[in-house]
Design a protein around this ligand. Structure first.
Ligand code: SF4
Length: 164
């Protein structure tokens, strides 16, 4: 199965702080889940994608949060610069790739203002999480693409097995 995966989860240094969120090297993940992750990578066709970089933002960059989470969305970085256009462009490019390649499922990094599928920070840069989706996760789901985060590897694996 073809899977769109957040580049940072694959170990690519694309995060705002110039680091990555590699599942393979994260001590929070037990060995069994790292093994499952590696199996998923080996047995499927992986499309690595970072919406924020694809949307034209640099590495490193000032962290950003969604400050208005309904249309028209507003995303600002911690210095107050409006980066909404970059986030929307990254989301659109993610959807374009999914359509072009017929990708039906994505594994995206949790809590990100682009990739988060269940929770996001509340826009006050206070580390407060609220229910909500990042702009890429939202656009993909609106277009019928199933989105999982790195804490849902078992659910992703089940989806793959039942939709092959
Ligand atoms: Fe990772 Fe997504 Fe943030 Fe890029 S935009 S660094 S892929 S969480």
């Amino acid at each position: 199965m073809k899977i769109l995966v957040s580049s940072c989860l694959l170990g690519e240094d694309v995060r705002y702080d110039g680091n990555n969120s590699s599942i393979a090297f994260d001590p929070k993940f037990p060995f069994s889940l790292k093994e499952l992750f590696m199996d998923i990578l080996c047995e499927n066709e992986i499309y690595s994608f970072c919406p924020e970089v694809a949307g034209g933002l640099p590495i490193p960059r000032i962290s950003a949060e969604i400050v208005k989470n309904d249309k028209p969305f507003i995303v600002k970085n911690q210095e107050g610069l409006d980066v909404t256009i970059n986030f929307l462009l990254g989301a659109k490019k993610a959807l374009d790739i999914c359509k072009e390649e017929n990708i039906k499922v994505a594994l995206l990094k949790s809590k990100s203002p682009s990739c988060g599928n269940k929770e996001i920070y509340d826009g006050t840069f206070s580390s407060n999480l609220i229910n909500g989706q990042g702009l890429t996760a939202k656009l993909l789901e609106e277009n019928g693409i199933k989105v999982f985060n790195e804490n849902e590897l078992k659910e992703l694996n089940k989806f793959i097995k039942t939709n092959k």
